[in-house]
Design a protein around this ligand. Structure first.
Ligand code: MG
Length: 147
């Protein structure tokens, strides 16, 4: 799947200082599973590129969309996944998540990360949405290691 990932309060706190616990590992797992990740933020390019570089996460994404790319006048336009052929979005803004589901896409809402403690299972539903646990017999079926 091609998955759009929001930046502010999804990947980082409000100031782009702290990264959400567990999100880097989760996105790396998704990549390993063959998903394609695209960063989609309402932040300006200048601000976002600085924050992404500081946290060394640019390499996770095949492309980045900034405010200038879809909502230059900052009108609060929805992130329309159809415009980039994406299948899903991970975002803390219900507006974007609801728009995604209304257009037949997968929308996964996360709590807004503000740099403070999160529930221990904060990202469990995100993992499940894209990495469903396979039944054991199915895992055996797909296990192509020599035996
Ligand atoms: Mg956000």
């Amino acid at each position: 799947m091609k998955i759009a990932v929001d930046m502010d309060n999804t990947l980082f706190d409000d100031f782009g200082q702290r990264m959400r616990p567990g999100i880097r590992e989760l996105l790396m797992d998704f990549k390993e599973d063959g998903h394609e990740l695209v960063l989609w933020t309402s932040s300006t390019r200048e601000r976002a590129t600085r924050i992404l570089a500081e946290h060394r996460v640019v390499g996770l994404f095949t492309a980045c969309l900034y405010r200038e790319d879809y909502d230059p006048a900052n009108t609060g336009a929805p992130k329309d996944l159809r415009a980039i052929g994406a299948d899903a979005i991970i975002d803390d803004d219900p507006k974007h998540v609801d728009f995604a589901t209304a257009t037949g896409k997968v929308g996964v809402l996360v709590t807004s990360y503000r740099g403070t403690a999160l529930k221990p299972d904060d990202l469990a539903h995100v993992r499940l949405a894209f990495r469903p646990a396979k039944a054991s017999w199915l895992r055996w079926l797909h296990d192509d290691r020599p035996r």
